[in-house]
Design a protein around this ligand. Sequence first.
Ligand SMILES: Nc1ncnc2c1ncn2[C@@H]1O[C@H](COP(=O)(O)OP(=O)(O)OP(=O)(O)O)[C@@H](O)[C@H]1O
Length: 368
Amino acid sequence: MTLTASAQTPSMPVARPVALEIQNLGKRLGGNTILDGLNLQVHEGEIVALLGPSGSGKTTLLRCISGLEAPDAGTLTIAGREMYNAGRRLNVPPEGRNLGLVFQSYALWPHRTVAQNVAFGLEQRRVPKAELTERVQAVLDQLGLGALAGRYPGQLSGGQQQRVSLARAFVTEPSVLLLDEPLSNLDAKLREHARVWLREALNASGKTAIFVTHDQSEAMAVADRVAILRGGRLTQYDAPEQVYAHPNSLFVADFIGNPNILEASNPRPDGHLTRVDVYGTSLVGVGVPDPELNGQTRVVLRQEALLPGAPGQPNTLSARRVSSVFLGPVWEHWVEIHGQRLRFHTPGRLTDEQVHIHIPANQLLIFY
Ligand SMILES: Nc1ncnc2c1ncn2[C@@H]1O[C@H](COP(=O)(O)OP(=O)(O)OP(=O)(O)O)[C@@H](O)[C@H]1O
């Protein structure tokens, strides 16, 4: 079966105009290649997450889009206007790009009220007082901050401060919003609420937004499309469901969703699927060629795809149960197959030491 996921092919048929177009962007720092011929296209109103391991170039890419960092190759166009072109030596400074920036540290002025913080960008643009007051109030109301206009940042919770920094970016009507780890200062519980709120607020505003995150669940919860970076390149760019169900490499499969990965051997076609051997057990699944594996084979088993099986049932692994822990909603079991550990969940307790785990063929990913 041929998978549809690919590095640069969007899965969403979008007719909307392009808000950001990046072609062959390159950046070197201290003798190292940080961005390596990177291409990215974002449509108007789309929310895109830049996700990748530490050092993959997410922040550098965001800084190049903002103009805070100058790339050294390629082109970058925002809302139809070329902002950077290496060949033409064009590099529009940040203030000429009409962007809204939201940083990890909210960077609010402590001695200005919420309304004054939000008004700052409009004051700089010399917006008349009456219009300024109206626009600030409208944005504060839109983001549920209307009642807090007269407070100082020190009198707000972390989540409220984050909303103020977003309001400050919204108010200037930017072509594109850039958010650098926007929720990372919030504690875990607040973050879960904040990501739903952030998605709702961005959707309601209709703004194009690009945000950097380390957190794959945050990327999937908030974004329309997830751009996965690796070594300064875009390795997959797709809707969250697509990235999750159809990763185009073992790297992406491993990075998203913390799955079980087992060694396998002898990949061979089986109808439109692929068959492999996992320690003497023959399994059939969806084959994905991955040149980086250099002839090795790996199977990826997502925990939620694993079901209790029976001896002799096709696509079923037999394993020794090593431990089980009760997590509340489910039991988590750790089993061993030839020294390799595998984790899966069941709604109820398991008592047998030998367990049989069934994997539906369409949920088993085989990288070879
Ligand atoms: N001024 C610099 N000089 C040399 N190398 C740099 C410089 N700034 C960043 N780098 C390197 O560039 C690479 C990419 O950094 P960048 O901050 O863009 O990655 P990131 O994906 O945002 O990482 P993180 O998730 O850790 O913030 C890293 O290897 C980093 O060490």
